[in-house]
Write a protein that binds this ligand. Structure first.
Ligand code: 4GY
Length: 461
């Protein structure tokens, strides 16, 4: 594979490619790197490559003519394909400009670029290059990240390094590059080597760090499973964006706990909540809230819906409304195949009542053998000051791999009395629209939230 770097600072390129894997690939002739300097394509006495910007503003712009000539010289040929007439296949190189305005470089894009026999990497300097050069002589703009460098050279080096390690070598063992492709889209598992017990100093304190026992067990299946689980866990916590896009394989599903929706419980809290004046009150049940949130609970496949009120007669009323709803033939038919048969018949366990949120927490702890992750929702961003904020994606990433149940707590009235609900350990960011009038009904907010967490995106239907 050949790389031609178009740059007015060729001295930046050479030394960075002399050592390591890339250096050896060059020595072996697997890749070749040349530099082409636009300054060598000037005709004035000062070898000028820049000029002032039209329209004014700071800095200079790279002149089109020397740059165009350098790119043409580096690329060979002037047509994208070989001319079929003489039959000699000499297609022009693929011409890439390094710029923060380009398509983000990913491993998938690197794999595509590495298929090309010849890449021309064009490096801008100053404030930028004349736009017409891009129009005339650039096939693709690539960005190595959302920051601004003083020139494209470091970007070109990144592209060369990432491509070079994928180019198959003629001699020697296969690189570890293909090992990564089957964990594509996930972060790597942690690596260890000897010694098995590392004695070291951490901030003046002597510590002993051991290698995870499974890695020395000789059990290859167990090692592979551990590594895959580590990959999944790291990706979920460090890169929720990558994790959200990852489709779990059947093997990975076995490593992961049951789907989060099936162990998520919804609680509608009538006490302790605020009234409009900030006083702690107990609100009354409303028929709409019970019905609509029950429907949402069912639609999104949650484990149960808990109606929380300290008033005994209100709990009885809730149980009555629930029984009517569950007796409805349509509801019955849908509820006959509950996601997982729990302790009681699935459908009847769908709507439950409790005197306090702590009671629900205790029930779930007993049922699952582990305490639930209690997540509050609030229209006010200053409530639950001690609980870390989570976006739905972050919450999914965090809760999906942990086998504990999740309890989503919705408040009635003017919101949950945060200081009286200490079991809450996460806060979902408020649901906001474009206006600053923010008074969604609890059943609307609940439905939106469930869709953000568990709704299948339209493109997957
Ligand atoms: N980010 N990814 C990047 C860059 C420097 C002014 C145009 C980046 O790839 N290249 O920051 N390049 C600028 C400097 C001219 C290129």
């Amino acid at each position: 594979m050949k790389f031609s770097v178009v740059t007015i600072l060729p001295e930046l390129i050479e030394p960075a490619l002399a050592a390591g894997v890339v250096g050896r690939a060059r020595d072996a002739g697997v890749i070749t790197v040349e530099t082409v300097n636009p300054r060598d394509f000037t005709s004035d006495r000062h070898r000028t490559v820049d000029d002032t910007p039209y329209g004014g503003g700071p800095g200079m712009v790279m002149k089109p003519e020397p740059l165009l000539a350098a790119i043409a010289s580096a690329s060979g040929g002037s047509t994208p394909e070989a001319s079929a007439a003489d039959g000699t296949p000499t297609p022009r190189a693929h011409r890439v400009l390094l710029t923060p305005a380009g398509r983000p470089l990913t491993q998938a894009r690197v794999r595509e670029l590495a298929q090309r026999p010849h890449l021309v990497l064009v490096c801008g300097r100053y404030e930028g290059i004349d736009e017409r050069v891009i129009e005339l002589a650039i096939d693709e703009e690539v960005s190595i990240g959302d920051y601004v460098l003083s020139g494209g050279e470091l970007g070109a080096l990144v592209v060369i390094d990432a491509c070079a390690r994928l180019v198959p070598v003629v001699l020697g063992e296969a690189t570890s590059a293909d090992d990564e492709s089957h964990s594509a889209g996930l972060l790597e598992y942690p690596h260890y080597t000897r010694p098995p017990k590392l004695v070291a100093d951490r901030d003046g304190e002597k510590v002993e760090l051991e290698v995870p026992a499974v890695l020395a067990s000789g059990n290859h299946a167990a090692i592979a499973a551990w590594r895959r689980a580590q990959s999944l866990q790291r990706t979920a916590t460090r890169r929720p964006d990558l994790y959200a896009r990852h489709r779990l394989t059947d093997a990975e599903k076995k490593l992961a706990p049951p789907p989060l929706h099936a162990r998520t419980h919804l609680a509608l809290v009538h006490h302790p909540v605020f009234d409009r004046t900030g006083k702690i009150v107990t609100t009354s049940l409303t028929n709409f809230d019970i019905h609509d949130l029950a429907r949402s609970t069912m639609t999104y496949g949650l484990a149960a819906y808990h109606i929380v009120t300290p008033v005994t007669s209100q709990r009885e009323k809730a149980a009555h409304i629930a029984s009517l709803w569950l007796e409805d033939p349509d509801t019955k038919a849908a509820a006959r195949k509950p996601p997982k048969s729990g302790s009681r018949a699935g459908a009847l366990a769908l709507i439950r009542t409790a005197d306090a949120i702590e009671t629900v927490v205790a029930e779930l702890t007993a049922e699952y053998g582990t305490a639930p992750l209690v997540v509050a929702t609030s229209a006010r961003s200053d409530s639950f000051p001690g609980a870390p904020r989570r976006s739905p994606t972050e919450l999914l990433a965090e809760a999906s791999l942990d086998p504990a149940p999740m309890l989503l707590v919705l408040g009635t009235g003017w919101g949950l009395a945060d200081h009286l609900i200490p079991s809450v350990s996460r806060l979902l960011a408020p649901i906001e629209g474009a206006s600053d009038w923010n008074h969604l009904s609890v059943r609307s907010a609940g439905a939106i939230l469930l869709d953000r967490l568990f709704g299948r995106p339209p493109e997957e239907r």
